[in-house]
Design a protein around this ligand. Structure first.
Ligand SMILES: [Zn+2]
Length: 620
């Protein structure tokens, strides 16, 4: 006993000296995030009580964000992120407090600094939006599917939540929340929280999110929507005219949840619902917890585009449960999710299907790599986005290079060990955030070293390009497509025979994308007439077909008018940028700009920013 007592002060001394030499060893809970003014190691928000009213006439949100905070003894103030918000009043524990709004830049917004009393517990911020708030898209009734009522939705990722709530807007800061939202009585509000299933008379809705989430996952939508269940824990919200269609399209959702649970453990958020948005929604989907936001362009009538649901569902583990600490670590969210998505698809629809998805992903990746030929630093998994808008890091690299990294490891260790590792990873990091560096340590300790596997982890994560040991992805379903193209080229297969093939969507996409340059415009028209590509109702086929016709200057079958209509109606960023880029790269920039002029008012700010840059639009 004495020995131990004597040793203790000595150990303490060593500890102190170590800390002096290397401050990182003092282990602050939060790392530096270049995209937030918050100083969470000093004072951090733990719970949000949001009380807001939604005014469609003024296009304005107004109300109070009240935070329960946790502070260190010496913290004299707390910092929040705020962009284009009008701060009316601040109270600390019920007492009015003078605050400072320190002007920042156009991307980060301002630093809202609130002085704290020594035992401060609650900070209440009375605020309103100013009409120029990038997270919010206010749609008039003409821009909705039913065209009877207006619609509002938010998009928080990456750093847009601060444009509708003053908040500590760093993904590493997790909070629980309650909300009361007042909307016009003919509309219904839903959030990334426990949701109502029916409209109520007075238009006041209460929400609770009892599990801690990152700020970018706080989401709100207001519209004339209805709910239809799929199972007792899954269902769909949509505008009235498409809710039945949506229920049918997404009827495999419960199967997907079960497949995901079989892989990586119990679904951690109780309820999993989908909200179908109007067509201007900028993404395929957004994984808001309990309520994935999804583009209506995936409602194809034949479930052919539902891999998107598998992706957003997978985020319930990778991203929402275990979250990237900063946007430089974004690949930890997306690479894992693409890997997980394809494992779900494999379970529900078979290995052939998952392989096709992977091969299409590989082709997308190669195109992205080629486009970054002159800026190879953009092809690293771990990014350095300091001084940049984090949206600039949201390319195919974190998704598809991240997937390829995990798939290559899987090929070395085998599926069984990979799955056991991932299940443990999600369990041990549940409701927390992780940096790339911590993940590397965890991977080595829990998978590579115990199995005596040497793997070039650092090369994959910190170096540009794709390492030589990347697994090669093949699909015999696509071999059939390539043989068909050869036959068509040689005149051995007719367009009608091509259309009669019982191909799944991925094969059709692969076919259209690989139409060779030697195919003449006359042949293209024969194909179009036989298969009806110019009139397709499938948005994915339409997108790749418009890309081809734009590249080849194909003008038959009224295609240019149809393409313009598509670009004006649909605001999904991936779709519209693919088509605009094909026009631009083929000497049709003017035409692209003309269409964009009409389409721009229908797009969310996320899409606007990307297309403005692509087409050189100065109007901001
Ligand atoms: Zn994702």
């Amino acid at each position: 006993m004495n020995k131990l007592l004597l040793l203790l002060p000595f150990l303490f001394l060593i500890g102190c000296q170590k800390n002096k030499e290397n401050p990182s060893k003092t282990n602050p809970k939060y790392v530096v995030d270049a995209h937030s003014y918050a100083k969470p190691n000093e004072a951090v928000a733990k719970h949000l009580d949001l009380n807001i009213a939604v005014n469609f006439n003024k296009k304005q949100l107004s109300g109070t964000a009240t935070y329960t905070i946790d502070k260190s003894k010496k913290a004299k103030e707390i910092h929040f992120d705020s962009r284009n918000l009008i701060i009316n009043k601040v109270e600390v524990d019920g007492k009015k407090m003078d605050f400072r709004l320190k002007k920042g830049d156009a991307v980060l917004g301002d630093d809202l600094i609130i002085p704290l009393t020594i035992n401060a517990k609650k900070v209440a911020i009375d605020y309103q939006t100013n009409g120029n708030n990038d997270a919010l898209q206010w749609l008039n009734k003409q821009q909705t599917t039913d065209k009877e009522n207006p619609f509002l939705f938010t998009q928080g990722q990456a750093i847009l939540t601060r444009t509708w709530i003053p908040i500590q807007d760093s993904p590493q800061i997790r909070i629980t929340y309650d909300a009361t939202v007042k909307v016009p009585p003919e509309l219904m509000a839903v959030m990334s929280a426990k949701n109502p299933k029916q409209k109520n008379q007075n238009g006041v809705y209460h929400f609770t999110m009892p599990q801690p989430i990152s700020s970018y996952l706080i989401a709100l939508a207001v519209g004339d929507i209805a709910y239809k269940p799929i199972s007792n824990r899954t269902g769909v919200y949509a505008e009235n005219s498409i809710v039945d269609k949506a229920q049918k399209e997404f009827e495999d959702t419960e199967k997907m949840v079960q497949a995901a649970e079989n892989l990586y453990g119990k679904y951690p958020w109780e309820q999993y619902d989908l909200l179908v948005l109007p067509p201007s929604f900028p993404f395929g989907g957004m994984e808001n917890p309990r309520l994935t936001f999804v583009t209506p362009t995936v409602i194809a009538g034949d479930k052919s585009l539902t891999s998107l649901v598998a992706h957003e569902l997978a985020h319930s583990w990778s991203g929402n449960l275990v979250t990237n600490a900063t946007w430089d670590d974004f690949w930890l969210n997306e690479g894992f999710t693409v890997y997980f998505e394809r494992r779900i698809m494999e379970s529900v629809y078979g290995a052939d299907y998952a392989n096709m998805l992977a091969l299409i992903g590989r082709q997308d990746l190669d195109e992205t790599l080629a486009s970054f030929k002159n800026t190879p630093e953009n092809t690293k998994l771990k990014l350095d986005l300091k001084g940049k808008n984090p949206d600039d890091g949201m390319t195919d690299i974190p998704y598809e290079k991240g997937f390829l990294f995990l798939k290559t490891i899987e090929s070395k260790v085998g599926k069984e060990k990979m799955d056991a590792f991932l299940k443990k990873y999600f369990k041990e990091h549940a409701f927390s955030t992780i940096t790339t560096e911590k993940f590397i340590d965890y991977l080595k300790q829990n998978l590579l070293e115990p199995n005596h596997i040497k793997f070039n982890v650092e090369e994959w994560i910190y170096k540009p390009g794709i390492p030589n040991n990347a697994i090669k992805i093949t699909s015999h379903k696509f071999e059939d497509v390539m043989q068909t193209i050869e036959g068509w080229k040689k005149g051995k297969i007719s367009p009608q025979e091509i259309c009669n093939k019982e191909w799944v969507i991925q094969q059709k996409i692969h076919f259209i994308r690989n139409i060779p340059a030697s195919i003449t415009l006359k042949q293209l028209k024969e194909l179009d007439n036989a298969c009806g590509f110019s009139n397709t109702k499938n948005s994915y086929i339409a997108m790749v077909w418009f890309e081809q016709t734009a590249k080849r200057n194909y003008h038959e079958n009224n295609i240019d008018k149809k393409m313009a209509e598509f670009l004006i109606r649909v605001g999904r960023r991936w779709y519209v940028t693919t088509i605009y880029n094909a026009l631009k790269e083929n000497g049709r920039l003017k035409e692209a700009q003309e269409i964009y002029k009409k389409a721009r008012p229908n797009y969310h700010s996320v899409t606007v920013r990307t297309v403005d840059e692509m087409l050189g639009n100065k109007e901001q």
